[in-house]
Every structure is written in structure tokens, then in C-alpha cells.
Write a protein that binds this ligand. Structure first.
Ligand SMILES: [Zn+2]
Ligand SMILES: [Zn+2]
Length: 252
């Protein structure tokens, strides 16, 4: 606590010096915007993202897969704090926004584990690596860094189970499932330990194709392994499904 007075903390989102007398992790302006981002309701079920269990089509086809997200994504609209945050953690290595996001994701995961009585000590965390092109360009892998930090905060082992086969980042929306099929494989010489389930950290979920591919890869070795896809943001599920009921949680 004394350290907070010696080294004044900065807002991880805008860099402004924080008032040391309150325990807030964000400046008042960012706190207001962040709350608004978290409160945006799902177009299908009306819940904010953290309570919404709606999944894109690729994930709906798999059983025992829960998608947990902090907020909804709007195609890199730089005016939106949520989109800007993702843009920053993908492009700026060691930016304080990454530990902030990891903290928020850890809290969401712990909340979910508490609700459904999951013992995270018996779970592990892994991630789909970003393309080698992107890793070369930016010098780091944000999903890896986030997965490591969330694993540490939640007491879960961090495992590197997925590898990248192709070099390029997915950019087109067409054939996403086919692209994901070719882009990822199981990392060689790794085994899935005896765990109750696995958390797959994918910072942004749109079509769900990447996460679905990873689920299939993990289940080729451990059929029925429960998976929680933990993402900072997911796309709204507007497509022709507005009248369908919201997904039910599978843990109960
Ligand atoms: Zn701020
Ligand atoms: Zn929903």
C-alpha cells in the first residue's frame, strides 16, 4: 500500500496519474467508459456479455463448451474503449492494459467457477498462438501473455498445447472454419494432464472457428474434455438467430 504513495499509479488505459487516496485501478473517465462497455446488452438474450452464454455457430456445434466474454466487440471502432483496448494489447508489448485485462478476465473466470462450483485448481489454461507473421511483426503473443497471467491469478497450470501451422493471420470472414482447420495443430511432444477441464484463452471471438478447431484438437486426445473459451470480447450474434432462445449453461 505504501508503494502506491511512493510511485503514483497510472491509469492503464489512458496513462493519467491516479488519485492515490482511492483504490480504483482506472481514472474516473476510463472507469465510466469501461462500465458502459461492460453493460452493453446482448442482442439475443439481453444480458451483458459477462452473463450472456450465447455462442457463435461454430461453437454451438460442440457440446460442453462455454464461451465467457467481458464485452462485445465492434470491429475496431477506435472511438470505442473496448475495441481500442484489444487493438492496444495486440500491438503494444508490455503495455499496462494487458495486466488490467488479465485481471478482469481472471475475475470473470473466478466468478463463473464460483457460480458453477468448478475447482479451477483442477483445470489448466492454454491458448491458440497468433500467426508467426504477427508474432514477428509485433514481437510477442498477446494471447500467450494473457493466458499466462490468468493462469497465475487463478492457480491453473499454463500449458502450450496448440501450435500454428500457417504463417498468415486470418483476415477474411469466408471459410473461417476451413482456415482454422489448416492453421492450428496439436503442439508436438505435449500431453494433456489429468484435469477436470481446460480454459482456452482467445482474446477475441467472432465466428468461433479458431476456438472450435482448438476444442477438436484437444478432444482428439481427451474426448468430452470440458472447455471454457475465455475471451475479452465476442461479436454480437445478430445473424438470423434473433428469435431463438438464449443458450443454457451446460454445467448444471
Ligand atoms: Zn484513464
Ligand atoms: Zn446472449
Amino acid at each position: 500500500m505504501i508503494l502506491r504513495y511512493l510511485v503514483p499509479p497510472h491509469c492503464p488505459l489512458c496513462g493519467e496519474v491516479l488519485d492515490v487516496s482511492d483504490a480504483e485501478t482506472l481514472c474516473p473517465a476510463c472507469r465510466g467508459k469501461w462500465t458502459a462497455v461492460l453493460c452493453e446488452p446482448c442482442d439475443r438474450c439481453g444480458s451483458p456479455a459477462r452473463r450472456c452464454l450465447c455462442r457463435p455457430g461454430a461453437l454451438k456445434k460442440r457440446e460442453n463448451v462455454t464461451l465467457l466474454s467481458l464485452y462485445f466487440y465492434h470491429h475496431y471502432d477506435s472511438e470505442r474503449l473496448g475495441d481500442r483496448l484489444l487493438y492496444t494489447v495486440k500491438r503494444q508489448d508490455e503495455h499496462p492494459a494487458l495486466p488490467f485485462l488479465a485481471g478482469e478476465l481472471s475475475a470473470l473466470l473466478r466468478e463463473h467457477a464460483g457460480t458453477y462450483h468448478l475447482s479451477l485448481r483442477h483445470w489448466a489454461i492454454t491458448y491458440p498462438p497468433r500467426s508467426t507473421d504477427a508474432r514477428r511483426e509485433y514481437g510477442f503473443d498477446q494471447a500467450r501473455d494473457l493466458a499466462k497471467a490468468v493462469g497465475k491469478a487463478c492457480g491453473m497450470p499454463f500449458l502450450e498445447l496448440i501450435a500454428r501451422t500457417g504463417g498468415t493471420e486470418q483476415k477474411t470472414s469466408g471459410d473461417r472454419e476451413e482456415n482454422a482447420q489448416a492453421a492450428f495443430c496439436r503442439k508436438r511432444n505435449t500431453v494433456i494432464p489429468d484435469i477436470d477441464g481446460i480454459v482456452l484463452l482467445d482474446d477475441m471471438v467472432t465466428s468461433g472457428a479458431t476456438a472450435a478447431r482448438c476444442v477438436d484438437l484437444l478432444r482428439a486426445e481427451r474426448p468430452h474434455l470440458p472447455v471454457i473459451v475465455l475471451s475479452a470480447a465476442k461479436a454480437q450474434q445478430r445473424v438470423k438467430e434473433e428469435n431463438k432462445p438464449a443458450d443454457e449453461p451446460w454445467f448444471i
